[in-house]
Design a protein around this ligand. Structure first.
Ligand SMILES: Cc1ncc(COP(=O)(O)O)c(C=O)c1O
Length: 420
C-alpha cells in the first residue's frame, strides 16, 4: 500500500502466512503490523481462505442486482453478534462505511457538522481527514476544554469541508460539550479506544458522558470500530464498554484481511437508506459492496469467532499478557522511561513514563525519535512493527508463545543496540 511504500521505499514483501511475512530476499519477519490490524486470525487463515475458494468454485461471482443469500447470512451474523447493531449495510472499506454513516447522520438530524478526535483516524475522506498526529509544536497554544484548530492530513483536500469539521481531544468532555453547544452537530464520531496512536483508553465514565452529551444536544454518536471491532470481542468494544452508539462502523478484522466495511446501528437511522421520501433517502452505493468473495470471508470469520471465540480470545489475551509483561521487564532492566499498554491482543510501547490519555499528551511527552529507532532495530532483526511512532502492535491467533518469546529475545538484543 502506498503509505508503506512512502516510508519503506526499498522494502519489498512477497508472502505472508500465519504470524509471519517474508521479504523478497527470503527474510522472515514475525509480523505485529498485521496490515494495520485486520489479521486477527493470522495471514491466510485456512478456514477463511477455503470459504473464499469454495465461493469462487460455486460460481458466486459479483451480480450486483439485488441482494444474495450470503449477504443476508453475514448481516444476520453481524446483528446477532454485536449488541447495538439492528441493521447493517456492507461496503468495501472502512472509509466508505464512515462516509455513509456520516451521510445517514446528516440526513437524520438535518444538520451538517461533524466532531472527531484529535489523534483519531476515521478514514481518508475529506470531511474527517484532519488532526491525526500533529506535532507538539502545533499544539502549544491548545488548552483543555477547547476545540482544536484544524490541520488537514493531506494536500489536495476540498477546503470547504473544514467549515463543518471540529476536532477535540479524546477524554476531554468539556471540549466536546463546548463544541456541541455552539454548533449544529450531526454526529460525533470516535474510536472508543484511540488505536491509531497506540492504545489510548477512555477514562472511566468518558464514553458514557459522550453518549449523554450527544443525547442532550441532538447529535448522533458513531463508534468507529474499524480497529476495535472483533479484535477485542466478537461484539466489538461496545460489548465491553456497554455504551450504545446510534451507528457503528466496522472493517478490518470483520473479514480477516479481505476488503469489507460495515455500517450498522439503530433501525431508526439505518432506515434512511430506504426512506419513503426520496429527498431524505441516503444513497449507499458501490459496485463492489457485498462482493461474494469478501462476504464469504466475513461469514467464515464471524462464524469462526462465534464458534471458537472463547478459545480464540483466551489465546490472544494470554499472548498479549506475555508480551506486555516481557516488554515491561526488558524496558525496566534497561532503565528506559516507557509504558507498555495493552487491550487484549493489541499493544504499544510509549516512550514516556505514564499511560497517556490523549494525543496531546503523547505529542508532548513521547520520545518519537527513540520509538522509530527501536522499531527499525526490530525490523532489522526480523520483528515487524510499522516504523512510525505509536503504531499499534497486533497479535493474531496464529502467533504462539514461542513467537512471543522469540520476539522478546530479539527485543532484548535491539534494546542493547539502542543504548549504544
Ligand atoms: C479506526 C479506523 N477507521 C477507519 C479506517 C479506514 O478504513 P479503510 O482503510 O478500510 O478505508 C481505519 C483504517 O485504518 C481505521 O483505523
Amino acid at each position: 500500500m502506498s503509505l508503506n511504500r512512502a516510508i519503506h521505499p526499498m522494502r519489498v514483501f512477497v508472502r505472508a502466512k500465519g504470524a509471519y511475512m517474508w521479504d523478497h530476499t527470503g527474510k522472515r519477519y514475525i509480523d505485529y503490523h498485521a496490515a494495520f490490524a485486520p489479521y486477527l486470525l493470522g495471514h491466510g487463515d485456512d478456514d477463511i481462505d477455503s470459504a473464499v475458494i469454495e465461493s469462487m468454485q460455486r460460481g458466486e461471482s459479483l451480480i450486483g442486482a439485488g441482494t444474495t443469500p450470503w449477504e443476508r447470512e453475514v448481516a444476520d451474523l453481524l446483528v446477532e453478534s454485536v449488541p447495538y447493531l439492528e441493521q447493517v449495510q456492507l461496503t468495501s472499506s472502512g472509509t466508505e462505511a464512515v462516509a455513509f454513516a456520516l451521510r445517514i447522520a446528516r440526513a437524520a438530524t438535518q444538520r451538517n457538522d461533524i466532531v472527531f478526535m484529535q489523534g483519531g483516524y476515521n478514514g481518508w475522506m475529506d470531511s474527517v481527514a484532519f488532526n491525526l498526529m500533529d506535532p507538539a509544536s502545533a499544539l502549544e497554544s491548545h488548552k483543555k476544554g477547547q476545540e482544536h484548530a484544524l490541520r488537514p492530513i493531506s494536500a489536495g483536500m476540498d477546503e470547504s469541508t473544514a467549515k463543518g469539521a471540529h476536532a477535540v481531544e479524546f477524554n476531554d468532555p468539556e471540549a466536546l460539550a463546548n463544541v456541541l453547544s455552539q454548533n449544529q452537530v450531526a454526529a460525533v464520531i470516535l474510536e472508543p479506544i484511540l488505536q491509531n496512536v497506540g492504545i489510548v483508553k477512555p477514562q472511566p465514565g468518558y464514553l458514557e458522558e459522550v453518549r449523554s452529551l450527544c443525547d442532550r444536544h441532538g447529535s448522533l454518536l458513531i463508534f468507529d470500530e474499524v480497529k476495535t471491532g472483533f479484535r477485542h470481542a466478537l461484539g466489538g468494544y461496545q460489548s465491553i464498554c456497554k455504551v450504545s452508539p446510534d451507528l457503528s462502523v466496522f472493517g478490518k478484522a470483520a473479514a480477516n484481511g479481505y476488503p469489507l466495511g460495515v455500517i450498522g446501528g439503530r433501525t431508526e437511522y439505518m432506515s434512511y437508506v430506504c426512506h419513503p421520501d426520496p429527498s431524505r433517502r441516503v444513497l449507499v452505493a458501490g459496485t463492489y459492496n457485498a462482493h461474494p468473495f469478501t462476504v464469504a470471508a466475513a461469514a467464515a470469520t464471524v462464524r469462526k469467532l462465534k464458534e471458537r471465540g472463547k478459545e480464540i480470545y483466551a489465546h490472544l489475551d494470554r499472548l498479549g499478557e506475555r508480551m506486555q509483561k516481557g516488554l515491561t521487564r526488558l524496558f525496566a532492566a534497561q532503565d528506559y522511561p516507557t509504558t507498555v499498554i495493552r487491550q487484549g491482543s493489541a499493544f504499544v510501547v510509549y516512550f514516556m513514563e505514564y499511560e497517556p490519555t490523549c494525543w496531546m499528551d503523547i505529542a508532548r511527552n513521547n520520545d518519537a525519535e527513540l520509538d522509530v529507532r527501536y522499531r527499525n532495530l526490530l525490523i532489522e532483526r526480523g520483528v515487524f512493527h510499522f516504523p512510525v511512532t505509536t503504531k499499534q502492535g497486533s497479535i493474531s491467533f496464529a502467533h504462539t508463545s514461542s513467537d512471543i518469546d522469540e520476539t522478546l529475545s530479539i527485543t532484548q538484543d535491539a534494546l542493547q543496540e539502542l543504548r549504544r
